[in-house]
Write a protein that binds this ligand. Structure first.
Ligand SMILES: *[C@@H]1O[C@H](CO)[C@@H](O)[C@H](O)[C@H]1NC(C)=O
Length: 158
């Protein structure tokens, strides 16, 4: 993701969560979005739709022992496909990833195998309490016809 977008996202996040974050130590908010990948391309296109009511899960596992789940939380996306997951404690030495759990749309419910990894420690050089996860998409069963246009554009510019 472009650095500018991450900075803007972090700034918005700080503003939104300033009141909440100030009264706790070691509280992170993991934010991201879930979309319907209408073209089954595994990235956001102009025909992608953000999905409301999708379930995502964040899990942290010990770096040495992947069966040791140290933190787990689930959330639903809002009307804009956006979620915000609260995380307590510092998770240095752990691998924390957001994954898709379920989609509200039966036509768009095949989860991508992608995981959005986030670093949840103050010792990562990021001072903000907000972590922005990569977008995650469910694949639409049948790609929409408009995707041909996207594919044509990709062919032109690659
Ligand atoms: C699980 O991982 C946490 C964090 O790394 C560690 O503190 C804890 O001792 C581990 N538990 C077990 C049973 O290995």
């Amino acid at each position: 993701m472009a650095k500018g977008a991450v900075l803007v996202a972090s700034a918005l996040c700080i503003l939104a969560f300033a009141g909440f974050a100030h009264c706790h130590d070691e509280v992170f908010t993991v934010e991201g979005k879930v979309y319907c990948d209408t073209c089954r391309l595994q990235f956001v296109t102009k025909f992608s739709q953000f999905l409301a009511g999708a379930t995502v899960q964040l899990e942290c596992r010990d770096r040495q022992d992947c069966n040791n789940v140290t933190y787990s939380v689930e959330s639903l996306t809002d009307a804009n496909g956006h979620y915000g997951l609260p995380v307590y404690g510092d998770h240095e030495g752990e691998i924390c990833e957001v994954t898709l759990v379920s989609s509200p749309d039966p036509e768009c419910s095949e989860p991508t195998t992608e995981r959005a990894r986030v670093s949840l420690t103050k010792n990562s050089g990021i001072t903000s309490d907000c972590r922005y996860a990569n977008y995650l998409g469910f694949l639409k069963t049948d790609p929409i016809p408009e995707c041909l246009e996207v594919l044509r554009e990709l062919a032109l510019f690659s």
